[in-house]
Every structure is written in C-alpha cells, then in structure tokens.
Design a protein around this ligand. Structure first.
Ligand code: C2E
Ligand code: CA
Ligand code: CA
Ligand code: CA
Length: 283
C-alpha cells in the first residue's frame, strides 16, 4: 500500500510538472502567437428577453495553437495577465471586435449592434486604457454607446477613485461599463452607487439555480432582490449561462432585461450574429 501511495504521489507530481511545463511553454509562446495572428474571436449573442431580438454580442477570445488545437481563454488569459501580454492582446481583441461591430452595422443597414468586450484587472490599471479605447472607436467610427466594457465585480471590490477614474471617463464618453460575474464577489451593494456601471451581469450560478423545478427558492429571492435594486439604480440586468427554456422563462418573469447562453446560441463565427439578426431565429 505504501509503494502504491508513493507511486500515486510521484504520478501526481509528474502531472503537476507536466502542467507547469505546459503553462511555461504557453506563456513563452504568447507574444509570437499574437504576432502570427493565432488568436481569434468568437461572438455570443446577447438577446432581449422580452422579444428574443439580438441586442449585441460578447467577444470571447480563443487561441488556435499549432500543437494543442483551440485553447479557451481560461487556459491562457491568466498567463497573459501575469506577464502583461494581456495589454496588447486585449487591445487587439478590442480593435478586432469593434471593427466587427462596425461591419455588422453596415451589413444590417445602420442598426448598431452592441459589442461587449472583457477587460481584465491589468488592463484596468494600464494608463493607456482610455486613450487606446478612444483611438479604436475613432478609427472604426463606432459610436461609443455601442461599446460595453465588462469588468468583473471582484476587480472593483475596494476600488479607489484612482482605479475608477478611467472607467468614469469612458462612461462619460458614453461607453457602457458592465459588472461581470455579479453576485459572486460579495461586494457591498451600497458601493454600486459609486461605480460608473450601467449593466449588471448576473453570474451563471444564479441561472443554474433556475434549472431545478421548482426553481431554487433562495436563488429566486436573490435574483428578485438584485433586479429590484438594479432597476431602482437604473441599471440593466443581463443573465449569463441560460441553457434551457425553463431558465429563460423564469428569468424573464423575474424581470431580467437581456440574456446570454447556449439556449439562444453558442459563441461562434461573426457571420452567425449577422444571420441571427436577419432571421430572428433566436428563441
Ligand atoms: P465570462 O466573461 O464570464 O464569459 C462567459 C463564459 O461562459 C464564456 O466562456 C462562454 O463561452 C461561457 N458560456 C456562454 N453561455 C454559456 C452557457 O449557456 N453555459 C455554460 N456553461 N457556459 C456558457 P469562455 O469563452 O470560455 O470564456 C471564459 C472567460 O474568459 C470569460 O468569462 C472571461 O472572463 C475570459 N475572457 C474571454 N475572452 C476574453 C478577453 O478577450 N479578454 C479578457 N480579459 N478575458 C476574456
Ligand atoms: Ca464577460
Ligand atoms: Ca450607453
Ligand atoms: Ca461572466
């Protein structure tokens, strides 16, 4: 038994080593991957809950790795964060997705779809954030009001005025700021008034609570409370991770404004969004 235990231990060590080596390799490969254009963006629609029409799309980055195939952001965003490469990578994502939003706008005859882009904490702290964002918007001709930057609730917990200043400036230009993964960060709700946000993105864990039948009564109460608070502060509520019609019905009932999830559409190529807008194929 002792030997087996020892082996297991060695095996676990070897696995941890392999993971560390992969992480190390991926981290080193990031700059060249950006140069070579190995990153691409999938877009997932955001849908109005009251009529199912497309409101916009969230840009979700992927890495088409020559050896490992397509890697999801959870595999490399934390590495890019740690090395600072997230700044040029994030700038590329912003540029590319704003350009795409502009394309949809011309394909659809002027109706501006909204584009949601994720910002990580390092980008938030980077002094070039406002100037870069303004430059990207000006180059593309996209109206600032069509851009929504998503910042996680946890990145803003305890944020001081210095950290909030760039977000306030962007908000003053008309860019929407969304609080991502809302409800998981234990932030002080009264603090919400201080933040320059206009959208709360309710974390997927609440959506999962709507899956049971009947829905988890505690989650229902929490969502009810968050929606009431959000609407009294004139914030819109988006729900994430909607996978079933039952969840969608329940969350619509509770007053959520927009939704995102596999029930409506998986993240996909930019043409999908354009097609969905024209076909009204979204449930
Ligand atoms: P997030 O911002 O919370 O994005 C939502 C995640 O939920 C996405 O995972 C999306 O594919 C997934 N999702 C959407 N609908 C459903 C559903 O119905 N069920 C389930 N189970 N999942 C659903 P993804 O694409 O793997 O992205 C993971 C995270 O990586 C994102 O979480 C975001 O924090 C980060 N991320 C993605 N793109 C970027 C980026 O360009 N920049 C930065 N800084 N972070 C990014
Ligand atoms: Ca997000
Ligand atoms: Ca706006
Ligand atoms: Ca989220």
């Amino acid at each position: 038994a002792k030997a087996a235990g020892g082996n297991r231990f060695e095996f676990a060590d070897a696995e941890a080593d392999a993971r560390a080596i992969t992480r190390h390799g991926l981290t080193n490969a990031l700059p060249a991957a950006l140069e070579r254009g190995e990153f691409f963006i999938e877009y997932q629609p955001l849908v109005h809950m009251h009529d199912g029409s497309v409101h916009g799309a969230e840009a979700l980055v992927r890495w088409s790795h020559p050896q490992y195939g397509v890697l999801g952001p959870d595999r490399f965003i934390p590495l890019a964060e740690r090395t600072g490469l997230i700044v040029p990578l994030g700038r590329w994502v912003l540029e590319e997705s704003v350009r795409q939003a502009r394309n949809w706008q011309s394909q659809l005859g002027g109706a501006a779809l909204r584009i949601n882009v994720n910002l990580s904490p390092t980008q938030l702290h980077h002094p070039g954030l406002v100037a870069d964002t303004v430059a990207v918007l000006e180059q593309s001709g996209l109206a600032p009001g069509a851009l929504c930057l998503e910042v996680t609730e946890s990145a803003l917990i305890g944020a001081d005025d210095e950290l909030l200043e760039p977000l306030r400036r962007l908000a003053a230009l008309g860019v929407d700021i969304a609080l991502d993964d809302f409800g998981t960060g234990y932030s002080n709700l009264a603090n919400l008034r201080r933040l320059p946000v206009s959208v709360l993105k309710l974390d997927r864990s609440f959506t999962q609570g709507m899956q049971q039948s009947p829905a988890n009564p505690v989650d229902v109460k929490i969502v009810e409370g968050i929606v009431a608070l959000a609407h009294s502060l004139e914030l819109a509520v988006t729900v994430e991770g909607v996978e079933t019609g039952a969840q969608a019905a329940q969350l619509r009932e509770l007053g959520c404004d927009t939704a995102q999830g596999w029930y409506y559409a998986r993240p996909g190529a930019p043409d999908r969004i354009h097609t969905l807008c024209l076909s009204d194929a979204v449930p």
